[in-house]
Design a protein around this ligand. Structure first.
Ligand code: IPM
Ligand code: MG
Length: 361
């Protein structure tokens, strides 16, 4: 029987609380389906800076490369947010990890559980049935472009927005292939009316669309996309976009799913896949035990499906989350005016409910 080596990288803030439950869900799945998962842990972010001075120690990177899948939490600490001069920052660990592991494709599925229709600030009749799959490019763009520096005695600063045809092609291919298995519509988001890098992006996607005659391709400017996501979320199926636009649009789109606390993601390249909630370290609620662990648990569902090809196991996790919501249980970020006081649970309590459901499904 295959043994799968899973590396848990909790990082900072609520990353620690939520990955605890991601791991417990994996253990519950292993019991139910007779799999062998082994677990190890590694440091990243502020926690790693405190322990080693380095936001991504070599030891962590080595463990990541040697694992079959990575369950990631979050990085970030308020100390750095108000100190733009800090030279060593938690986010450097995250970005270097993405680059070193070649995780160029970030899949962010935005799927609304019917039970959460009233948790969103968008009207239910606009939301109902929304189901979007984002492909955010993750190792290029202004996040990594060079030069990036201060000039003019520090009074001018610049970053470089840059894409190569190859970088666009490899993420676009994944998005086109995914569209084929869904509603066969792909929206490529750029700012080609202004940016040269976006014009290359659009040109590349246009050329590739010739090989996918069955997929309807739409090109949209990022400002229009930001507006349409809220106005008519159901008009989107697969969305393909660059690193910066994808970062912004997926936070916006998380409101379609009710809360950031519900959104899972998969970061994929040619080797080990990494699975993480899209929410960050949430310092305002860290350590209080009230974070929503469902994004981490749903990231586990993605891991089972994509890295281990365990479809039934993955569906079991999703159904356990769904049934827990059906039973009326909520964390506070997704509670609505119908939620009774006794049904608002903390991280540990809702985690237990989901693990119990897995056992009984
Ligand atoms: C995300 C986060 C990161 C990003 C931050 C923490 C650097 O917002 O994964 O969306 O900008 O990519
Ligand atoms: Mg983000």
């Amino acid at each position: 029987m295959t043994t799968y080596k899973i590396l848990v990288v909790p990082g900072d803030g609520i990353g620690v609380e939520v990955t605890t439950w991601g791991r417990k869900v994996l253990e519950a799945i292993a019991r139910k389906f007779n799999h062998t998962f082994t677990f190890d842990q590694a440091l990243i972010g502020h926690t790693a800076i405190e322990a080693t001075g380095n936001p991504l120690p070599d030891e962590s990177l080595e463990k990541m490369r040697a694992s079959d899948a990575i369950l990631f939490g979050a990085v970030g600490h308020p100390r750095y947010d108000n100190d733009p001069s800090a030279k060593v920052r938690p986010e450097q660990g995250l970005l270097r990890m993405r680059k070193e592991l070649g995780l160029y494709a970030n899949l962010r599925p935005i799927k609304l559980f019917d039970e959460l229709l009233d948790a969103s600030s968008i009207k239910p009749e606009i939301l109902r049935g929304s189901d979007i799959l984002f492909f955010r490019e993750l190792t290029g763009d202004v996040y990594f472009g060079q030069p990036r520096e201060r000039r003019d005695n520090g009074n001018t600063a610049l970053d470089t927005m840059i894409y190569s045809r190859y970088e666009v092609e490899r993420i676009a291919r994944r998005a086109f292939d995914a569209a084929r298995t869904r509603r066969k519509k792909l929206t490529s988001v750029d700012k080609a009316n202004v940016l040269e890098s976006s014009r290359l992006w659009r040109e590349t996607v246009q050329e590739m669309s010739k090989s996918y005659p069955d997929v309807e391709v739409e090109h949209m400017f990022v400002d229009t996309a930001a507006m349409k996501l809220i106005k008519d979320p159901r008009s989107f199926d697969v969305v393909l976009t660059g690193n910066l636009f994808g970062d912004i649009l997926t936070d916006e789109a998380s409101q379609i799913a009710g809360s950031m606390g519900m959104l899972a993601s998969a970061s994929l390249g040619d080797q080990t896949g990494l699975y993480e909630p899209i929410h960050g370290s949430a310092p305002d609620i860290a350590g209080k035990g009230i974070a929503n662990p469902m994004a981490s648990i749903l990231s586990v569902a993605l891991m089972l499906d994509i890295s281990f090809e365990m479809k039934a196991e993955s569906d079991t996790v999703i159904r356990a989350v769904e049934q827990t919501l059906k039973d009326g249980y909520r964390t506070r970020d997704i509670a609505d005016n119908q939620t009774q006081i006794g049904q608002i649970l903390d991280t540990h309590q809702i985690g237990e409910k989901i693990v119990e459901k897995i056992g009984r499904l």
